[in-house]
Design a protein around this ligand. Sequence first.
Ligand SMILES: NC(=O)c1ccc[n+]([C@@H]2O[C@H](COP(=O)([O-])OP(=O)(O)OC[C@H]3O[C@@H](n4cnc5c(N)ncnc54)[C@H](OP(=O)(O)O)[C@@H]3O)[C@@H](O)[C@H]2O)c1
Length: 297
Amino acid sequence: MQQRYFGNTGLKVSVLGFGAGHVGAESLSEDQAGTLLNRAVDRGVTLVDTARGYGLSEERIGRHLSYRRHDFILSSKGGYGAEGADDWTPPAIRRGIEQALTRMRVDWIDIFHLHSCPLETLRRDDLLSALDEARQAGLIRVAAYSGENDALAWAVASGRFGSIETSVNLADQHSAHSVLPRARERGLGVIAKRPIANAVWQFEERPAGQYAETYWERLHQLDLNGVREQAGLDWAEFALRFTAYQPNVHSAIVGTANIANLERNVRIIQEGPLRLDVLTQIEAAWERTGKTWPGEV
Ligand SMILES: NC(=O)c1ccc[n+]([C@@H]2O[C@H](COP(=O)([O-])OP(=O)(O)OC[C@H]3O[C@@H](n4cnc5c(N)ncnc54)[C@H](OP(=O)(O)O)[C@@H]3O)[C@@H](O)[C@H]2O)c1
């Protein structure tokens, strides 16, 4: 598994990361969660991304993965949900980080994101200072922002963050076009979330009211099926190779609760970037149809 320098942070991350959102689901047994987390790291998928809001995810990382802390890079998110603190206050940051360390049974978090807060919250100096203090105290290594659009652009320009996490996939290219070139110039690490567009191709019908609905609509409008068939790839491979080999992305954190899909993604990533003629056709479809679409949180 290729490991890449994560901007100027001094960290290295695997090109395929592990989105540990699904690992937080109660429908998954402890055994299944532990097997998934460890299989990922065994395969060199060494960036593990979680958040306060992902159900049992953080505590399962503590239970099943923390014993091998030096084998992986840990990314989490917060700003909310800290016991004894109001959301989006300095204590919510500081105590939230301390509580996450306890839940995950680790001494430090490598990358800690303010999780999808709007621009007016993101700009608050008291919150940014709380993040700086956590970094100076060694509780986190990199202060980061996870989000989209204006807030993401501000985070990159502000100089207050070492890395960002944002949606990058076939159906969501706003950040890739408008923000990531600047992030690279400034030496920020970049994590691509929702990298295979929530695998929306699996839905025959529009998934009304579900998280993936916007991507389902967009993928239909982009009409990339012919390009994909011509490339001779199934959807998972077409989507993952597109995102993981974007010039300004360091790691694509695919979410899965399925060990076979994890193994498949490890194999797909070895195939490298899509062919240039395929990328050119995807680019043309985006220019024709998608270029005004905003990033989706
Ligand atoms: N910061 C934020 O606000 C934010 C928001 C969204 C996501 N994220 C992060 O990004 C991670 C990934 O995002 P995501 O899970 O929403 O979207 P995603 O990775 O684009 O798609 C996940 C979906 O793809 C399926 N899948 C995975 N590998 C597959 C394969 N080889 N073939 C077919 N289907 C496959 C999974 O189902 P199976 O379980 O069946 O494999 C799951 O339904 C999350 O876990 C989280 O860490 C962050």
